[in-house]
Design a protein around this ligand. Structure first.
Ligand SMILES: *Cc1c(COP(=O)(O)O)cnc(C)c1O
Length: 848
């Protein structure tokens, strides 16, 4: 018999224990071990059974036990102390409050952070992989730092899929249905207790409705929209499915999700703030293009509510928007057929007062038939960034076409390197030995006081814990694949707590090259079965359900790992998620990553491993390109110039085997009398000390505050003051520019060189004559540009100097000659306005 409806009943708590409900629903427990311990004490066995989930524990613990605890003074006082501690955490001043006092312009009172997925914890399975986990870490670190963020996204009734394997190693997907009432969520209700609904218009006069669920991530409210509600009934019941799954379904399904997240999301934030008195966000952060429709709704608000025209509203919206791009893979960019966008926006119902042609123009790209969400994200945001230095550079190249006429280095896309939430990803044992990781920095002094032997014991404990986890998961996986318990005795002895343990876990798009390690199976086999220096390898990862290519790669690994001679040294564990991932990050000695450079935007799993003393063995891509220092792990050499991908894989795989067999393993097995590999431990120590502080999400969040949120809030302040005067000015300026710009030109540019050959550092005068075609000197910046030249007179390594007007279109500047050798000089004209964050912003430049 199947249930036709599921529901969850929460236990009533005896009055003295009411504080437990608060402790269980605020997700701060997920990174606060003392709170977890309090729940574990209630019923240690049940705690294990419910996967260490406080809400499930409270739902299932026998009433008698709760009565008993309600009379237990010691338990009551622990509960009270933790409740007080939570209150202090939620209300006290933290880094942000202090920083706001130091900074002249202060800091914004409220910032909205939109993302299509949030991976806070497996107790709220609302993510697929790296992007979602990063968003979860962003919220948690913001909470710790006191940054007043509001998270906004969707609640997926089936989350992402759960993965299992068929007998022959093929990925099988399941979509278990979640009941929000069993999750750490509360519905947003009005004063009468009725759920608050968000409405967005759908074509044909229909309306999509969604409820708003609130999760508390420490200090940060997270709003999740849910369309699976009776209010989408009758003829519209198909709309209930809009938030059914993450990344499942076709383009039509996806655009509906993104419309709900972006447009519905802004409406949800507005309502939430009105209802709770929370300040309305000043800055909006669009985490990847999917959430980009949020900018359109804010345009609508300003046009409909403030009487601005479209261009004026655009100036104001851009001032307060931050866009983060996460993929350098063109196929990873979210794009929709223009017809589909037209279908949703064309009748003007979804965004009354915004011309549909304006919407289409924001997403325009080279292909006139496609609407590009990343392009829209960039056009709606004054500040944009990639997620590592290398990815910033790749993004400037990839999106450079939107700023044609500018050098790649001038494209206004910066970078903020991702980080991971230390208190979430450091094992308890690690934090206990190495200092309070919750303060977000590994404590140097404490590290120095820990001996190699102690550190080695810590690594060994974490490895042994992983080995236990591998055994039980492998056994469960085989039972699922159809084996009988009787044939599974061997799973009790797979893996060895003494053997060098290498981890490889990630989603399996082609560029991550899951099967690179299988390039030469005999070579891999030799490494695994080495008589004195064996390696054991744990592999995990999900393939997108529609990607049969990815599933075939998984199958190759599974088939290899199934072979009787190696199955004790290599395992594929199905259903990679946060609950499994932490054991891998804790216990692996080496974290392997071999993407096709430069297609990994950042990568964060290696950071989580480093936090626990794991050493990275990785292609120099994403974060590792900037953080690898020669002694904190290994860089797999890349065959960058080799165009043939097969040959490239061969070369890079050979380099990987070579490193693993000849450097990594010998170092790990080089033991002193006390059994400790001291040279290995030196690398572990160096990794903890140097990477520990830099891989933290708290560092990332502080960078976003300083480089994006604070300046954006100042721009918003200027743009909106005096009835949006500056936004109106900027819009008027832009339209004046577009009338004149095509006629603006540099007439000539001269360098006043004396007799003889100049010497580096000499100051020389540059003169230019320009025709501003009716614009004023104050409307433009004229710059002298000097740099090296090659045979084609193409300028490289340029520096620019502001030129000053001398009337009649004549400009002059003095510059110091920066290099020896062949140099060239030119002049260029750029727009200038106080509200522009970068001279390249408008994508306009006139060259000599
Ligand atoms: C950290 C994490 C990821 C992202 O790892 P990458 O290195 O970016 O591939 C994916 N899934 C889970 C469960 C994670 O915890």
């Amino acid at each position: 018999m199947k249930a036709v409806r599921r529901f969850t009943v929460r236990a009533g708590l005896p009055a003295p224990l009411a504080a437990l409900a608060t402790l269980a629903t605020n997700l701060r427990w997920t990174w606060h071990p003392p709170t977890q311990d309090l729940f574990a004490v209630i019923d240690p066995q049940l705690w294990e059974q419910v996967g260490a989930n406080p809400l499930r524990l409270l739902a299932e613990v026998p009433a008698g036990r709760m009565e008993e605890l309600a009379a237990d003074q010691e338990f009551l006082s622990s509960t009270q102390a933790l409740h007080d501690d939570l209150r202090a955490y939620l209300t006290g001043p933290r880094w942000y409050q202090q920083r706001a006092e130091e900074l002249e312009g202060g800091l914004p009172e409220s910032i909205a952070y939109f993302s299509m997925e949030f991976g806070v914890h497996e107790a709220l399975p609302n993510y697929s992989g790296g992007l979602g986990v990063l968003a979860g870490d962003h919220l948690k670190a913001a909470s710790d730092q006191g940054v007043p963020l509001i998270g906004v996204g969707l609640l997926y009734r089936s989350g992402y899929f759960r993965q299992s394997l068929s007998l022959d190693g093929w990925q099988v997907e399941h979509y278990p249905v979640l009941d929000p009432r069993g999750l750490p969520l509360e519905p947003l209700v009005d004063r009468t207790g009725a759920p608050i609904l968000v409405h967005v218009s759908m074509p044909g006069g229909r309306v999509l409705r969604a409820r708003i669920w609130l999760a508390n991530v420490g200090r940060v409210p997270l709003l999740l929209l849910d369309s699976d509600i009776p209010e989408n009934g009758g003829e519209d019941s198909d709309l209930r499915g809009v938030t059914d799954r993450l990344y499942g379904g076709d383009q039509n399904h996806r655009i509906r999700q993104e419309i709900l997240a972006g447009i519905g999301g802004v409406r949800a934030v507005r309502t939430f703030c009105e209802l709770t008195g929370h300040p309305q966000p000043v800055v909006f952060h669009t985490n990847e293009g999917h959430a980009g429709f949020l900018g359109l709704e804010r345009l609508r608000e300003l046009v409909a509510g403030e009487g601005l025209d479209f261009e004026e509203a655009l100036s104001a919206v851009r001032a307060g928007t931050v866009f983060t791009t996460h993929t350098p893979v063109p196929a990873g960019i979210d794009r929709f057929p223009v017809d589909l966008v037209q279908h949703y926006f064309g009748d003007g119902m979804l965004l009354p007062s915004i011309e549909p042609s304006r919407v289409l123009a924001l997403g325009a790209e080279d292909n006139p038939g496609m609407f590009n969400m990343a392009h829209m994200g960039l056009r709606l945001a004054q500040r944009a960034n990639g997620v590592s230095q290398l990815h910033g550079a790749v993004s400037r190249r990839m999106f450079g076409g939107l700023w044609s006429g500018f050098d790649v280095e001038e494209v206004p896309i910066t970078s903020v390197t991702n980080g991971v939430h230390g208190p979430t990803w450091a094992a308890r044992e690690t934090s206990a030995q190495l200092g309070d990781v919750i303060t977000s920095e590994i404590d140097d002094e404490k590290l120095a006081s820990v001996s190699d032997l102690q550190l080695w014991r810590l690594r060994s404990v974490l490895r042994a814990t992983l080995v236990d986890e591998v055994r039980s998961r492998l056994r469960a996986a085989w039972l699922q694949r159809g084996a009988s318990a009787l044939e599974l005795g061997w799973t009790d002895s797979v893996f060895d707590p003494e053997v060098l343990t290498v981890g490889f876990a990630r989603r399996v798009p082609t560029y991550k090259r899951l099967t690179l390690m299988l390039r030469d199976p005999d070579r891999l086999r030799q490494l695994l079965l080495h008589p004195t220096r064996p390696v054991q390898l744990v592999v995990a990862g999900k393939s997108h359900p529609a990607d049969d290519g990815g599933k075939a790669l998984i199958q190759q690994i599974v088939r290899f790992a199934d072979e009787a001679d190696v199955r004790h040294r290599i395992v594929f564990l199905p259903d990679y998620d946060m609950s499994m991932a932490r054991y891998l990050y804790w216990g692996c000695d080496v974290w392997l990553n071999n993407p096709m450079r430069p297609l990994e935007a950042c990568g964060t799993s290696g950071m989580k491993s480093a936090l626990n003393g794991g050493l990275n063995l990785s292609i120099r891509d994403g974060w590792w390109d900037e953080f690898y220092d020669g002694s904190n792990g290994w860089a797999i050499p890349t065959a960058d110039g080799v165009a043939d991908p097969i040959r490239r894989d061969d070369l890079e795989a050979a380099a990987l085997y070579e490193l693993l067999g000849n450097q990594v393993a010998p170092l790990f097995y080089d033991r002193g009398e006390d059994g400790v590999p001291s040279r290995w431990m030196a690398m572990v120590r160096h990794t903890l000390a140097t990477l520990g502080p830099r891989v933290q999400a708290s560092r990332m969040v502080r960078e976003y505050v300083e480089a994006a949120y604070a300046p954006a809030a100042l721009s918003v302040g200027s743009a909106t003051a005096d009835g949006y005067q500056a936004a109106k000015d900027l819009a008027a300026y832009r339209s004046r520019l577009s009338g004149h710009w095509t006629h603006v030109r540099v007439v000539d540019c001269e360098l006043a060189l004396g007799d003889g050959t100049p010497v580096i550092g000499d100051r020389v005068a540059v003169h230019a004559t320009v025709d501003l075609a009716g614009l004023d000197d104050s409307d433009v910046a004229v710059q002298a540009v000097v740099g090296r030249v090659d045979d084609t007179d193409e300028l490289r390594d340029v520096t620019t100097v502001v030129m000053h007007p001398n009337g009649d279109g004549r400009y002059a500047a003095e510059l110091a000659l920066p290099y020896v050798g062949a140099l060239g000089v030119t002049a260029r004209i750029l727009p200038r306005h106080d509200l522009l964050a970068s001279p390249a912003e408008l994508g306009k430049v006139v060259l000599a």
